[in-house]
Design a protein around this ligand. Structure first.
Ligand code: SF4
Ligand code: SF4
Length: 279
């Protein structure tokens, strides 16, 4: 199904504000919208949208559990590439945060001394709200601190997405979590701000989406009306406004308010609709 990703070069550019308001603007037009918060290290769409989410699924990784058949031979310690195992007083110890869950140690153990345990690495939570004749379903992926299991969390979150219209709020930057989310998208809105760092980082995302073959539009947030030199012409300009800041703080999307700032999100929703649904 067609999907739009809202992404950005760095944190704090307003990416989540755009994702939330776009989802609500589409819902106001009568659509059922899945808003997937896949900024899994720091999901905050729940706070920005006021949608209360509840856990529906926990995600686990396998971890080795040494049993009493262990002889202390050290074969597993040698085999573990990320050095998650170490010997202390002739006993094998595990650093869980480093362990990738590959279970190679179990395969190489000559004494069948490693059982399979599980460690929670993340949670998927879901909540929804009716907006006019439409609905926004917020699906939030959240990674446990120190873990690196983005693929599993993203895959689990996607299982809960059934609506025809999907908006993915990705992490910021060009790292692998962003790539994994962008690979699910047909089109990206790249949010930037009128600062040298903001522009430079967003151009890296432009290069990334081009490489991935994903269509894109640039969204300039906090536009002060200055003459900003951008290598790519923004399709949308969101003016800097106190009302938008207040909506951010209060957790009530600006598109639900009778405000001129809501207009640009309405235009964005029209554009998204033509891309997603061809109407
Ligand atoms: S390979 Fe097996 S027996 Fe040898 S130290 Fe590791 S767990 Fe113990
Ligand atoms: S599961 Fe893989 S990473 Fe974890 S301790 Fe075993 S070999 Fe090392």
């Amino acid at each position: 199904m067609p999907t739009i990703a809202v992404t950005g070069g760095k944190g704090g550019t307003g990416k989540s504000t755009v994702a939330v308001n776009l989802a609500f603007a589409l819902a106001k037009q009568g659509y059922g919208v899945d808003l997937l918060d896949l900024d899994i290290e720091c999901p905050n769409d729940s706070r920005l949208s006021g949608i209360q989410v509840n856990p529906v699924s926990s995600v686990y990784k396998s971890v080795p559990v040494i049993n009493d058949k262990c002889t202390g031979c050290g074969v597993c310690v040698q085999a573990c590439e990320p050095k998650a195992l170490y010997m202390l007083n002739e006993k094998v110890n595990l650093i869980e945060d480093i362990c990738t869950g590959c279970m190679l140690c179990q395969k190489v153990c000559p004494f069948n001394a490693i059982d399979t345990g599980q460690k929670k690495v993340g949670t998927v939570s879901v909540g929804e709200v009716r907006v006019g004749s439409g609905k926004v379903t917020l699906i939030e992926g959240r990674l446990e601190v120190g873990e690196d299991e983005s693929t599993k969390i993203i895959a689990e979150a996607l299982k809960y997405s059934n609506s025809k219209v999907k908006i993915i709020d990705t992490a910021a930057g060009t790292h692998c979590t962003v790539v994994k989310a962008l690979k699910k998208a047909d089109h990206a809105f790249i949010v930037t701000e009128p600062t040298p760092f903001g522009i430079s980082d967003s151009m890296k995302v432009v290069e990334l989406v081009k490489k991935l073959g994903v269509g894109y539009d640039l969204v300039l947030n906090r536009d002060m009306g200055n003459d900003v030199s951008l290598p790519v012409k923004p399709k949308f300009r969101i003016p800097y406004s106190r009302a938008l800041v207040n909506s951010y703080i209060s957790g009530r999307p600006i598109v639900l308010q009778d405000s001129p700032e809501a207009r640009v999100f309405g235009e964005m929703a029209e554009h998204a609709r033509s891309i997603l649904l061809g109407d």
